[in-house]
Ligand binder design. Structure first.
Ligand code: ADP
Ligand code: MG
Length: 381
C-alpha cells in the first residue's frame, strides 16, 4: 500500500489533498467546538431581547444554553456536526475528482515522455512527444523533443561516418589484397615496383587512420587550445620553411604577401600552423609544376585574414560549398592522381579555425583558374 503511494504521482496528489482536507476539518472541528457555545448564547440572547421587546438582559440570558434551552443547543450541535460530516464527504469527493483530473493533465504528459524516452533508448530516434499548452510541462516536452532531434542527428552522423570510413578503408585494402594475390599467383612480377605500389597503398591506409584519429580528437574537443598573442609573420615562416622542399620539388614558387604592421592574433600557435600547413599543402598538391602559391595576410576590422592563393586546378563552383565536408574530394580520380589524401584535411582545418572563433571559406573562378582558401583569426587585444 505504502509502496503504491510511493510509486504513483496520482496517488500522492490524492493523498496530499486528503491530508489538506483532514487538517482543515480538524481545525474546523476544534474551532467550532470552542466557538459554538458562545456563539449560540449570543444569538439566543439577541433572540430573547427581540422577543422580550427590549426588556433587559436578564430575560435574554434565560433563553440561552444555561437557561431554558439546553436541549435546543444539543440539537443544534448535532445538526451542525451532521452538516460538517456531509461537507467533509463532499470535499473528499471533490478531492478525488480534482486529483483524477490533475493526474490526467500532469501525469499523462510525463508518462508519454517516459514512454518516448524508453523507445529512444531502444533505438527509435524518430520518437517525439506532443506539446500541449505553455506551462513548465510544455517546456519540458519542447526540450525533450530538441534532445531527441539532436540524438537523431548524432545517430545518423555516426552511421554515415561508419559507412564513409569503411568505404575509405576498403579502397587501399582491396588494392593491397589484389596485388598480393597477383604476386602469389605469379600474375604480377615480384619487382621493386610492385612492392612499392603495395607500400604506397599501406601508406595511404596509415595516413587515413592518422587523419581519422586527429579528426575525432578535434571534433570531440578533446584537446586544449593554448591561446596566446602570436606574431603572424613568424607563423607564416614556420609553414613556408616546412613546405619549401615540397614546393621546390614541384618547381612551384612559394610567395608571401604580408601587409605591413600586422597585429598579433590570439591563437594556439601549433594549431594555427597546422591549419596553414594544411591549406598550403593542398595548394602545392593541386597546383601543377611551375605554378605559384601565395600566402597573404591582412587586417579586416577586428580580425586577421590569412589566405592561401594558388594558380592550380581550381575548384568547380558546384564543389565549392562541400570541400570542407568529411571525405569530400572535388574529383576523386583526379585528386588521387594528384596525390590527394582522404578528404579530411579541410574538415580538420575548419574545426580548428572555428574553435578559435574564426571562419574559413574557399573561392575559385572555376576549373583551371586557381583557388583561394581564406581563414580568419581574432586579433589579440
Ligand atoms: N588548393 C586547392 N585547389 C583545388 N582543389 C582543392 C584545393 N584545396 C582543396 N581542394 C579540393 O578539396 C578537397 C578536400 O580537401 P582536403 O580536405 O584537404 O582533402 P584531400 O585529402 O583530398 O586533400 C580536395 O580533395 C580537393 O578536391
Ligand atoms: Mg588535403
Amino acid at each position: 500500500m505504502i509502496d503504491y503511494f510511493r510509486r504513483h504521482l496520482g496517488a500522492k496528489l490524492l493523498l496530499s489533498y486528503l491530508v489538506i482536507i483532514l487538517i482543515g476539518v480538524a481545525v474546523l472541528i476544534v474551532a467550532s467546538q470552542f466557538l459554538l457555545p458562545a456563539s449560540f448564547d449570543r444569538h439566543m440572547a439577541g433572540m430573547g431581547s427581540m422577543m422580550g421587546g427590549g426588556q433587559g438582559q436578564g430575560q435574554g440570558q434565560g433563553l440561552g444554553r444555561s437557561g431554558v434551552m439546553p436541549q435546543l443547543f444539543a440539537d443544534f450541535r448535532a445538526g451542525f456536526n451532521e452538516a460538517l460530516l456531509y461537507a467533509v464527504l463532499a470535499a473528499a469527493v471533490v478531492a478525488v475528482i480534482i486529483s483524477l483530473y490533475l493526474s490526467r493533465s500532469v501525469i499523462a504528459p510525463i508518462s508519454a515522455m517516459s514512454l518516448a524516452s524508453q523507445r529512444i533508448a531502444a533505438g527509435r530516434y524518430d520518437e517525439r512527444v506532443q506539446v500541449r499548452g505553455e506551462d513548465e510541462l510544455a517546456d519540458l516536452a519542447i526540450r525533450f523533443n530538441q534532445m531527441a532531434e539532436k540524438l537523431d542527428q548524432v545517430e545518423s552522423m555516426r552511421r554515415r561516418l561508419i559507412g564513409d570510413v569503411s568505404h575509405e578503408l576498403r579502397t587501399p585494402l582491396t588494392a593491397i589484397k589484389g596485388s598480393m594475390e597477383g604476386l602469389m599467383d605469379g600474375v604480377l612480377p615480384a619487382t621493386q615496383e610492385t612492392y612499392q605500389q603495395i607500400h604506397a597503398e599501406a601508406d595511404r591506409l596509415n595516413r587515413l587512420v592518422d587523419d581519422l584519429q586527429e579528426l575525432s580528437r578535434v571534433e570531440s574537443n578533446a584537446y586544449q587550445l593554448d591561446l596566446r598573442p602570436v606574431e603572424v609573420p613568424s607563423l607564416v615562416q614556420t609553414v613556408t620553411k616546412r613546405l619549401a622542399p615540397q614546393a621546390e620539388s614541384k618547381r612551384i614558387s612559394l610567395d608571401l604577401d604580408l601587409a605591413p604592421d600586422l597585429p598579433r592574433v590570439l591563437a594556439d600557435e601549433d594549431r594555427a600552423v597546422q591549419v596553414l600547413t594544411n591549406l598550403t599543402g593542398n595548394a602545392l598538391q593541386y597546383t601543377p609544376e611551375n605554378g605559384r602559391v601565395t600566402i597573404a595576410a591582412q587586417r579586416m576590422n577586428t580580425e586577421l585574414q590569412i589566405s592561401v592563393r594558388d594558380t592550380g586546378i581550381g575548384i568547380p563552383p558546384e564543389h565549392l560549398p562541400h570541400i570542407f565536408d568529411r571525405f569530400y574530394r572535388a574529383d576523386k580520380s583526379r585528386s588521387r592522381r594528384a596525390g590527394g589524401g582522404s578528404g579530411i584535411g579541410l574538415t580538420i582545418a575548419r574545426a580548428l579555425v572555428e574553435a578559435h572563433g574564426g571562419r574559413i571559406w574557399a573561392e575559385s573562378a572555376g576549373e583551371g583558374e586557381g583557388s583561394t582558401i581564406t581563414f580568419t583569426l581574432p586579433i589579440a587585444k
